[in-house]
Design a protein around this ligand. Structure first.
Ligand SMILES: *[C@@H]1O[C@H](CO)[C@@H](O)[C@H](O)[C@H]1NC(C)=O
Ligand SMILES: *[C@@H]1O[C@H](CO)[C@@H](O)[C@H](O)[C@H]1NC(C)=O
Ligand SMILES: *[C@@H]1O[C@H](CO)[C@@H](O)[C@H](O)[C@H]1NC(C)=O
Ligand SMILES: *[C@@H]1O[C@H](CO)[C@@H](O)[C@H](O)[C@H]1NC(C)=O
Ligand SMILES: *[C@@H]1O[C@H](CO)[C@@H](O)[C@H](O)[C@H]1NC(C)=O
Ligand SMILES: *[C@@H]1O[C@H](CO)[C@@H](O)[C@H](O)[C@H]1NC(C)=O
Ligand SMILES: *[C@@H]1O[C@H](CO)[C@@H](O)[C@H](O)[C@H]1NC(C)=O
Ligand SMILES: *[C@@H]1O[C@H](CO)[C@@H](O)[C@H](O)[C@H]1NC(C)=O
Length: 816
């Protein structure tokens, strides 16, 4: 007591001696270089504070502001305290001369914003305290110039956003505190300027999510306080930026899933020493929850009312020294037996009370007899049905995911659905009511997603929980696909040989469709072999240069993605002027006979053929037949007036070509009655583009007697000049007694003048022993009658005659 008394005397003496110092402002107290003007109800900064002052205390006054030159002369100042005043504004340039200032305290004032360059000259400042103001606005460059600053405290303000713009210049900062603000947004590159930060206090804010780059650049951070936020989401890999983190405080958030489902958000924190994750409503501990946390010595799991701990969940933390854990909800069944052993071995002081099974309720885990850890039933929900790991949904489709869970407890099970680890709060969920059969409860939850959008893509998961724990389903990854659609469709093109063909094809879809080309259903591109094909890698076009007939074909563009395939075909044709395969020939016949006029055409597109006589078009009549696509005109029962000039006009898109022939008709002898079984066979070979056509005309009297081969007259210009296996065909092929029928087909539409087009064909109708119809002159392709029309036989002369005409293509490609 006596010692204390003397000490007080001594201090009093010291004070008075200083107080008496000549240049100490009257109202303040001075001690050495320390000037104390605190608690003096000052409204202004006293004048004449001595220049030698190195510490100035103006705490607890009523300063609302101060003059910009108030501290102008205090060039020796190293510490300035202005706490607990009413300062609302810091005048510009106020600190300009304080080149030695190391500590500046402005706690408990009324600052609302910090202007740019406010502290620009404080080049020795190490600590700046701005706690308990009303700061919401930090202007860009607010702290610029503080090149030595190590510690900045901004606790208890109203800051919402952390941005690089106002952190600019804080390159040496080691400690930064923001507790009790309203921070809900940390810009991705915020920490770019303070890479040396060792300690960051963000506790008691409103942070909801930690994104991938929330802590980017903080490679040196050792202490991170995030307790009492509202964190529900931590992006995988978010902590990868913090390899040196030693202390992580996450108490009082909502990240139970990170421990229950263990998706590796903490994996990279290999240097973590203290890990606080109390009060996060963690129900169960996954065996992988602490993976990677191999240096943790202190773990706080209190206030989580944990029900179950998977076997060996703590094995990842071999250095664990302190485990804080209190729960009264443990499910003390056979699955927890290991925990008993482990706790007994480690001798941690934990508070672990069982709540299940009933007979163990309220008993400490450590007091349960070894034999009493039994699994009679399984009250913790388990999933018996969960969503597929991969779901491909077509955009616009409705899809649903379903989770079915089972528990031996009678109580209800609750489901939540998560997308990318975030709970879906407004999802459309159907819960099929729980059914309890006396032994087990079963319940199903169905998540419905209507009209799937791109934004619906993600990883979905259901969580089912009851008072005995929570179970997480596997994650179901939904990709949203869009069926391919063409945005550029290849068009049919016709070009002249030698020019360049351009085919384009492009498609949209999700994922972006791959485009492939085929020619005639195969991968053989003659143009590619001859290096005449050029595919534009960046474009959706390919070119065939110097087009040749071999390039003709159907080019198919295939657009394919996971949703499906679409094909568009385009035909490439090489165009040719119409031309005559051979010149038309003049003919001479006897009236009454039949004649075939030929007009053998070529050209692409296939030319139309128009027969003209005496300046007017010839139409099909009972005596005029057209066949072989109008390349042949057959006139039967010729009369004298049939004589004349016959013109054949070929026309296609490239032009018109005309040729002509003259028909001479000699007066004939009518010998119908005498002629028995006259068979006139006209065999004409015609090159119709690529096909060869045989035409046979048979003229037979009705009273025909099977005197086959008796007399024949041939008007053909090229009898028996058919090609290929038809070469040997002749009238010898026609067997006596066979019956041939002329088919006149009226169903071929109309020609340009509205006259019904008629074609005639000869069909061999005899029934042979096999009861099969044998075609004439062509054994590979049976011809079936399409119509029969014998009327002209009745009403025209020679009434007793049948005309049989057939045109038989020797290949199937007549239309080609
Ligand atoms: C600073 O010093 C100058 C001259 O020495 C003096 O005129 C001025 O009043 C002083 N300022 C303050 C705020 O004391
Ligand atoms: C936390 O966030 C949830 C929703 O995200 C909100 O309902 C709740 O009020 C927030 N809690 C606090 C303390 O901000
Ligand atoms: C854990 O202990 C704290 C205080 O010791 C208590 O408030 C809390 O309710 C306990 N939590 C559980 C789950 O028992
Ligand atoms: C913990 O869980 C038990 C059993 O489920 C319950 O009785 C108790 O109230 C819970 N305690 C806390 C603090 O939530
Ligand atoms: C533990 O099991 C023994 C028999 O193995 C039984 O007698 C005892 O009642 C059980 N204790 C509890 C709390 O159920
Ligand atoms: C998707 O569901 C909505 C609402 O039930 C319904 O109107 C719509 O027809 C469904 N669409 C498909 C493609 O099933
Ligand atoms: C396109 O051409 C290919 C091959 O030539 C053919 O198989 C397919 O049926 C054609 N598709 C369409 C839609 O024309
Ligand atoms: C040839 O055909 C074209 C259409 O392909 C038509 O416009 C033109 O009039 C025809 N010319 C003749 C001479 O028939």
């Amino acid at each position: 007591m006596v010692g204390v008394f003397y000490l007080i005397i001594f201090i009093h003496y010291l004070w008075s001696s200083v107080y008496c110092a000549k240049d100490c402002p009257k109202i303040c107290m001075c001690l050495g270089e320390y000037v104390d003007c605190s608690q003096k109800n000052l409204k202004t900064v006293p004048l004449n504070i001595p220049e030698w002052t190195s510490q100035l205390n103006l705490n607890n006054n009523r300063l609302q502001s101060f003059h910009s030159d108030a501290f102008q002369n205090l060039t020796h100042l190293t510490e300035l305290k202005l706490n607990k005043n009413k300062i609302g504004v810091i005048p510009k340039d106020a600190f300009d001369t304080l080149k030695r200032l190391e500590i500046l305290e402005l706690n408990r004032n009324q600052l609302e914003d910090i202007e740019a360059l406010t502290f620009k000259s404080l080049e020795q400042l190490v600590t700046l305290r701005l706690k308990r103001n009303r700061i919401s606005q930090l202007k860009d460059g607010a702290f610029y110039g503080l090149i030595k600053i190590k510690s900045l405290m901004l606790d208890y303000n109203s800051i919402q956003i952390i941005s690089k713009r106002w952190l600019y210049g804080l390159n040496n900062l080691k400690e930064l505190t923001f507790s009790h603000n309203v921070i809900n947004d940390i810009h991705a590159d915020a920490w770019e300027v303070c890479k040396d930060l060792k300690s960051l206090d963000l506790s008691n804010n409103q942070i909801k999510a930690i994104q991938k780059d929330t802590f980017k650049h903080l490679n040196n951070l050792e202490k991170l306080l995030l307790q009492n936020n509202n964190i529900t989401f931590i992006k995988e890999g978010a902590f990868d930026h913090l390899p040196n983190l030693k202390i992580l405080q996450l108490n009082n958030n909502h990240i139970s899933w990170a421990i229950e489902d263990a998706n590796g958000v903490f994996n990279s924190l290999n240097n973590l020493f203290k890990f606080y994750i109390a009060s996060n409503n963690i129900k169960s501990i996954n065996k992988n929850a602490f993976k990677g946390l191999s240096n943790v010595a202190y773990l706080d799991l209190t206030n989580n009312n944990i029900t179950s701990v998977q076997k060996n969940a703590f094995n990842e933390m071999p250095l664990l020294q302190v485990l804080s854990l209190n729960t009264s909800a443990l499910l003390c069944d056979c699955n927890l037996r290991w925990f008993y052993d482990w706790l007994t071995l480690k001798q941690f002081r934990v508070q672990t009370i069982c709540s299940y099974p009933e007979q163990l309720q309220g008993i400490s885990l450590l007091e349960v007899a070894v034999n009493n850890f039994t699994c009679v039933d399984l009250p913790k929900p388990r999933l018996i049905e969960e969503p597929e790991p991969e779901i491909m949904a077509l955009k616009g489709e409705n899809i649903s995911l379903s989770c079915k869970a089972m528990s031996s407890a009678a109580g209800p099970m609750n489901f939540i659905w998560k997308k990318d680890n975030v709970e879906l709060l407004h999802a459309d969920v159907n819960v099929i009511a729980a059914t309890y059969d006396g032994k087990n409860t079963e319940s199903t939850s169905i998540l419905k997603i209507f009209k799937v959008k791109n934004s619906d893509a993600g990883k979905y998961q259901c969580v089912v929980f009851n008072e005995f724990g929570a179970t997480y389903s596997q994650k179901s990854s939904i990709s949203v696909l869009i069926f391919p659609t063409f945005v550029k469709i290849p068009q049919n093109i016709a070009i002249k040989a030698g020019s360049t063909a351009r085919l384009e094809c492009a498609a949209h879809g999700e994922p972006f469709p791959e485009i492939a080309w085929q020619k005639d259903g195969g991968n053989d591109f003659p143009a590619a072999r001859e290096r005449r094909m050029h595919v534009m890698p960046t474009d959706d076009v390919f070119f065939i240069v110097n087009a040749k007939p071999i390039d003709v074909g159907v080019y198919s563009c295939t657009a394919n993605n996971a949703a499906g395939t679409i094909i568009a075909n385009a035909t490439l044709t090489i165009e040719e002027m119409p031309s005559f395969v051979k010149p038309m020939e003049d003919k001479e016949i006897t009236a009454g006979e039949s004649v075939v006029l030929q007009c053998m055409a070529a050209g692409i597109p296939k030319p139309t053929i128009q027969w003209i006589k005496d300046g007017g078009p010839i139409h099909a009549t009972e005596r005029h037949f057209f066949t072989a696509e109008d390349q042949l005109m057959i006139i039967v029962d010729t009369v004298m007036s049939d004589a004349g000039i016959y013109q054949c006009q070929l026309n296609n898109s490239l032009g018109t070509e005309t040729d002509s022939s003259e028909l001479l008709v000699k007066p004939g002898v009518t010998n119908d009655n005498e002629l028995m079984g006259i068979i006139i066979i006209t065999v004409v070979c015609c090159a119709v583009l690529t096909s060869v056509v045989w035409v046979v005309i048979i003229y037979q009297t009705r009273k025909s007697l099977p005197q086959f081969g008796d007399t024949s007259s041939d008007n053909s210009s090229c009898k028996d000049s058919g090609t290929g296996n038809s070469a040997k065909r002749s009238n010898d092929d026609l067997l006596p007694g066979d019956e041939y029928t002329l088919i006149i087909n009226d169903n071929n539409g109309e020609d340009a003048n509205g006259v019904p087009r008629r074609t005639a064909s000869l069909v061999y109708l005899v029934n042979d022993s096999n009861n099969s119809h044998m075609p004439l002159l062509h054994k590979d392709r049976p011809l079936y009658p399409r119509s029969t029309n014998h009327e002209r036989v009745e009403d025209t002369e020679p009434s007793s005659s049948d005309v049989k005409v057939d045109s038989v293509p020797t290949n199937n490609n007549l239309d080609g």
